[in-house]
Write a new protein. Structure first.
Length: 492
């Protein structure tokens, strides 16, 4: 009987697409702002220009699913390549540090830009620009997206203090007051602490472990090596010290930035655990590091085969360091991308095994084996879903009513709206809200809820959250006054 009730509730969700919270009575400037927003939907086609104006001006709180290197535009990376006096290989479009005498000519940045054909080609490889605008030889969209990082990775960490300030300026220009960025790995190599045979042994044993207890025992053995070696702690502290240097001047009265470290899920298990452990240690060492994550394509063969193992690593670390928070990329998959069996459990394990405080993407929800129970658990445990509409459409081909946003919203799972990789996707947080509104038409009150969620579900301290929410209160008063005045002028 309980199952039938759950099934009935799930079927009811089909009638709730676009309906999130009831439209509550609004008055004064808030009511006028809501009415102006609704004007965008008076015709069959949403007035996207009005939505763009509206959301550019609207306070947006925080961006919680944000990759640092993927948020810098290709044009900025080229400026940094030029500053370094490095070159671009015209066959591979990769960065090279020396001119060289290879068959493929290496050109300076100025020479590249002077040749429009080369320049436009580079932009299509270093970002998603023009991917669908014309016919040309190209990789599948997910490969095109994730390959971009390989092009600009040699330069991405060279001017990180400059990059952080650029991101800050961009955020302030569109009324974003907080960014929680996935900045970098701590950068410790397992091969510096284990010989080749030991690396091979631990990788094999970790992959052959079939229970949480077996994984825990292996991780304890690995921990013993790292705890006995002062070099490990020194490297973690060096990372924290460098981060604190780069962060200087970022936080102001109107803007705050914090960071996540991460592991790369396509690497061997020992290296993945090394990255996670060092990330947890960094979070314990600095208030600037507020969480740990795991990144890279979820459909990669290694990532698929090691997925449950990675979740068990998080489970172990959570038991050791319960005060360190973590958000996980999970369910960034769809039908046809992987075997059907891989769509049955990724979000579920991120929630049940790894105990993630937030889930990034969560797109494969409709395919999860126990999706009704999963929805209830996410809601009960207050686990927020980071919605990334642009990247989900480009990487997965999932948009509109194919996207599970409406299910999450109707069920009452907390949601936040994020950019993912705004430099690669060439978008911003305002654009993500435009997509949200034009596709699903949530109420203005619901949108405000998402904005406040971006602070409530951040990994900031309670005191920091309270301060940012008070700022949001004042910003919305100003915004709604401006929109109320605009509504009187606009006659359409």
């Amino acid at each position: 009987m309980r199952y039938l009730k759950q099934l009935s509730l799930f079927l009811l969700l089909g009638f709730l697409v676009g309906c999130t919270t009831p439209n509550l009575p609004q008055s004064g400037n808030e009511g006028a702002t809501s009415a102006l927003y609704e004007r965008s939907f008076e015709s069959n086609v949403p007035n996207v220009a009005l939505l763009k104006l509206f959301f550019t001006q609207m306070p947006k709180g925080g961006d919680l699913h944000h990759h640092y290197s993927g948020s810098i535009y290709a044009e900025t990376y080229l400026e940094w390549v030029k500053n370094k006096h490095w070159f671009i290989d015209t066959c591979t479009y990769k960065i090279v540090k020396n001119k060289g005498n290879d068959a493929c000519k290496s050109v300076s940045v100025d020479e590249l830009i002077a040749n429009d054909t080369l320049y436009r080609k580079l932009l299509t490889l270093w970002s998603d620009k023009d991917f669908s605008n014309h016919s040309h030889d190209q990789l599948p969209p997910d490969s095109n997206f994730f390959n971009t990082f390989g092009y600009f990775s040699p330069i991405s960490d060279q001017y990180m203090d400059v990059g952080l300030n650029l991101i800050k300026e961009r955020a302030l220009s569109e009324n974003v007051s907080y960014i929680e960025s996935m900045l970098a790995r701590v950068g410790i190599n397992s091969s510096d602490f284990f010989n080749t045979d030991e690396v091979k042994m631990f990788n094999n044993e970790l992959r052959n472990a079939t229970t949480q207890q077996e994984v825990n025992a292996l991780l304890e053995r690995i921990n013993t090596v790292y705890e006995r070696n002062q070099t490990f702690s020194t490297k973690v502290q060096n990372f924290v010290t460098e981060l604190e240097r780069r962060h200087q001047g970022i936080d102001t009265e109107n803007f705050t930035m914090r960071y996540q470290t991460y592991a790369v899920r396509t690497l061997d298990p020992l290296q993945v655990y090394t990255d996670l452990l060092s990330g947890y240690k960094a979070a314990l060492s600095s208030p600037l590091v507020v969480g740990v994550n795991i990144v890279a394509p979820e459909n990669n063969t290694v990532a698929i085969n090691d997925y449950t193992l990675h979740m068990r690593m998080f489970n172990y670390l959570m038991s050791k360091y319960p005060h360190v928070l973590h958000s996980l990329h999970a369910g960034e998959l769809t039908i046809g991308m992987v075997e059907p069996k891989e769509l049955l459990f990724h979000i579920t394990q991120a929630q049940n095994i790894a105990k993630a405080e937030r889930i990034g993407h969560g797109v494969d929800l409709p395919y999860e084996k126990n999706s009704i129970v999963l929805l209830q658990n996410l809601k009960t445990n207050n686990v927020a879903i980071e919605i990334n509409l642009t990247s989900n459409e480009f990487i997965l081909g999932v948009a509109g009513k194919d996207h599970p946003y409406s299910i999450y919203a109707a069920y009452g799972v907390p949601l936040v709206i994020s950019t993912d990789d705004s430099g690669v996707s060439r978008n911003n947080l305002s654009h993500e809200y435009v997509l949200l509104a034009s596709r699903y038409h949530p109420s203005y009150q619901t949108i405000k809820t998402y904005v406040y969620n971006s602070i409530s579900y951040s990994f900031l301290t309670p005191k920091e959250k309270d301060a940012l929410k008070k700022q949001l209160d004042q910003k919305f008063l100003t915004f709604e006054k401006e929109m109320s005045e605009l509504a009187k002028i606009l006659k359409f």
